[in-house]
Design a protein around this ligand. Structure first.
Ligand code: SF4
Ligand code: SF4
Length: 176
């Protein structure tokens, strides 16, 4: 499937390029998502640490293995796997190997960037906010129905996202 990359890392499936007009709405979607990340305090409940695909950037392997007290060779062979497109992921466990018995991350200050951004500033959520801003018939709550309401953060998103999308749609219409 065709896809375009926004801001160097957000994969937008179904798009083959990003025009300047699309970029304006993508920026609006991005601002909503970043706003959530800044507004909603993570309650450290550990629920999102049961996700299967935790991406590790090449530049993160040293700090994560150090924080975990695992030598680099063991970390790369026992804890990380490489996908066919070259990305590194934690080997699939449920929950994440680094979630402590108290439901807190044992490498919190050195956790992968994706853990800091999830579920707010990630491709899946941002692309759906963008779709809702640009397609006025789209139901944002339906688009993000994959989000688990029992997570404190996603519950707060679902309670406020309709209004945020409505405000962004007004700006979108003004430019048409
Ligand atoms: S589910 Fe949300 S509130 Fe809970 S740890 Fe993850 S980001 Fe924080
Ligand atoms: S590294 Fe930490 S924050 Fe990230 S999934 Fe594992 S336990 Fe959760």
């Amino acid at each position: 499937m065709k896809s375009a990359i926004y801001r160097g890392k957000y994969i937008l499936q179904g798009l083959d390029k990003i025009t300047p007009e699309m970029e304006v709405d993508l920026d609006r979607a991005y601002e909503i998502c970043v706003g959530y990340k800044n507004e909603i305090p993570c309650e450290l409940c550990g629920r999102c640490c049961h996700q299967p695909h935790i991406v590790v950037l090449p530049q993160e392997v040293d700090k994560i293995s150090n924080a975990a007290g695992i030598n680099l060779f063991e970390f790369m062979t026992e804890y990380v796997t490489q996908t066919s497109d070259g990305r590194l992921l934690f080997k699939k466990t449920d929950p994440c190997t680094f979630l402590g018995s108290d439901n807190k991350c044992t490498i919190w200050k050195n956790r992968p960037e994706i853990c800091d951004e999830f579920p707010f500033v990630v491709s899946m959520f941002m692309s759906r906010v963008y779709l809702a801003i640009t397609n006025h018939k789209a139901d944002i709550l339906e688009l993000i129905s994959y989000m688990d309401d029992t997570w404190p953060c996603t519950g707060a998103i679902k309670n406020t996202i309709v209004q945020k999308v409505e405000e962004a749609r007004k700006q979108h219409v003004q430019l048409l």
